[in-house]
Design a protein around this ligand. Structure first.
Ligand SMILES: *Cc1c(COP(=O)(O)O)cnc(C)c1O
Length: 480
């Protein structure tokens, strides 16, 4: 068989479009999309033939069909969809950080229609956007005023730009941090048009350093929580109390960027509050007299992605009047989820209703019992060893770094943990994300909710019994 004979037999796009499985694909993804996939599948075969691979003309159509279906499946995997997090990292940034409560989801659905986001139903007049959410925030933190923006990075940018453009903001050298994803404080200062006034050293800074740096150019003093790393040894930096106590002109606010921002009352004794007490507390910072506090909505607050700003009326008013505010504000659906989350915190029901708090408050014994129950549901599979093992979960999201939560995992020991992890992730039922070692897959059940267990078991079964865990036609592969 010469190359040219095979090339002549490459199927026409219209012919492939007639296959029932391909028609189904068209219903789901649209004709144009599927035609493009068929063309790319035909192209791939053409390249293989030209490279000298011998392929029987009788196989060409079915090869194009299967590759097209493969491309359809790859597209399906790119859909934004629910996944099960068995990594044991509670606030996993790649998986959207805090999962939302049922109440938040319900309110988001309601707000998705027309809703009263800027309307007072009592008077029929225009209202402050997300008014109730902001009121709840004030109650929750003890602050005079509140504002919600796109995320904590946006909050930092807004505060710097609106209050300090062209002037100096004093910050300790130990706090010029990179939060992750390339978000570096010195860059944020630059893009806000604010001059960094660095004081102290990497490991130590004192109140006297801040006092010496104050001048007529000073617009603010900022403290930034380290968040994702720990400093130990010969280190010192002033507390927020000490910064607030610095004698300064009335137009120089003290800004506290808490990052994660714990809201849990430290007097309320529980395992959760003991852990969360390791992060700076928003209520405390406000009570101390910080002018503005910034923190994330999707970290320890357990809500949707947003940046929360609380503090004194005078400064919040100034932020609200900034033209940047319009660009950074959140949409009605986020506000709805946020309002529901704040409501749950105020009712004192966080540990019962917010998934993040539920996961955090599970004891190792609770997780172990769930692991054992799941194990009983799984049928033995040849070549795979099941076990339940102690492991450690992490809070994640740069919160409480270095703190390990005692937990338990189901472990699956097999020849290739990579292939099994791939199969779990690519599963056509709900994808499962795991941790892995050389020869084992670890499924930490702290981060899997009880209501997801049936789906979870379904995916494990499917991944373990898949006859061929490798893709049908990997790029550039030598097909027999
Ligand atoms: C996480 C964090 C941020 C960024 O928060 P996003 O809500 O992800 O934008 C900013 N500052 C600190 C101190 C943080 O910990």
């Amino acid at each position: 068989m010469t190359d040219s004979t095979s090339l002549k037999h490459l199927p026409a796009v219209d012919q492939i479009l007639q296959y029932p499985a391909i028609r189904e694909l068209c219903d789901r993804h649209g004709h144009a999309c599927v035609v493009a996939w068929i063309r790319s599948a035909v192209d791939q075969l053409r390249q293989q033939i030209l490279a000298g691979q011998s392929i029987s003309p009788a196989d060409l159509s079915s090869l194009v069909e299967s590759e097209t279906l493969q491309l359809g499946q790859a597209e399906q995997m790119r859909y934004l969809q629910k996944v099960i997090n068995a990594t044991g990292i509670l606030l996993h940034t790649n998986l959207g950080r805090a999962p939302l409560s049922d109440l938040a989801v319900e309110r988001m659905c309601q707000a998705a229609a027309y809703c009263n986001v800027e309307l007072d139903l009592q008077t029929g007049k225009r209202s402050r956007r997300g008014d109730r959410a902001l009121r709840l925030l004030c109650q929750l933190t003890g602050a005079e005023e509140a504002l919600v923006v796109n995320n904590c990075a946006a909050a930092t940018l807004l505060v710097l730009q609106a209050l300090a453009v062209g002037r100096e903001v004093i910050i300790s050298r130990g706090q010029l941090v990179e939060i992750g994803g390339g978000f570096r404080l010195p860059d944020v200062f630059r893009s806000a048009g604010v001059l960094l006034k660095e004081v102290g050293t990497t490991n130590r800074s004192y109140v006297s350093d801040y006092e010496a740096a104050l001048n007529e150019q000073t617009a603010a003093i900022i403290r930034v929580h380290h968040s994702n790393f720990l400093q130990a040894g010969f280190v010192a930096e002033p507390s927020i109390d000490a910064l607030v106590a610095i004698k300064r002109p009335a137009h120089v606010p003290v800004i506290d960027d808490l990052g994660s921002g714990s809201l849990v009352d430290p007097r309320h004794a529980s395992l959760t509050s003991e852990i969360l007490a390791k992060e700076p507390n928003v209520r405390r910072s406000i009570a101390t007299g910080a002018d503005l506090c910034l923190f994330s909505g999707d970290k320890l607050f357990g809500g949707p992605q947003c940046g929360i700003i609380v503090g004194k009326r005078r400064w919040i008013q100034q932020l609200r009047n900034s033209p940047l505010m319009r660009a950074l504000r959140v949409d009605k659906v986020t506000l709805a989820a946020f309002e529901a989350t704040a409501e749950i915190h105020l009712r004192g029901e966080a540990e019962r209703e917010l998934p993040f708090f539920r996961m955090l408050s599970k004891t190792a014994g609770d997780v172990r019992a769930t692991c054992e129950w799941v194990l009983q549901q799984l049928e033995p599979v040849q070549g795979v060893e099941f076990a339940v093992e102690a492991c450690q979960s992490q809070i994640g999201g740069g919160s409480v770094p270095g703190y390990d939560l005692e937990s338990f995992a189901i472990t699956l020991k097999c020849k290739s943990s990579q292939l099994l992890a791939d199969a779990l992730r690519k599963c056509r039922s709900t994808p499962v994300l795991c941790r892995q070692t050389q020869d084992r897959v670890l499924l930490d059940l702290r981060t899997v909710s009880d209501q997801d267990l049936p789906e979870f078991i379904c995916t494990i079964r499917a991944a373990l019994t898949e006859p061929d865990r490798t893709p049908a036609m990997p790029p550039g592969s030598q097909r027999p």
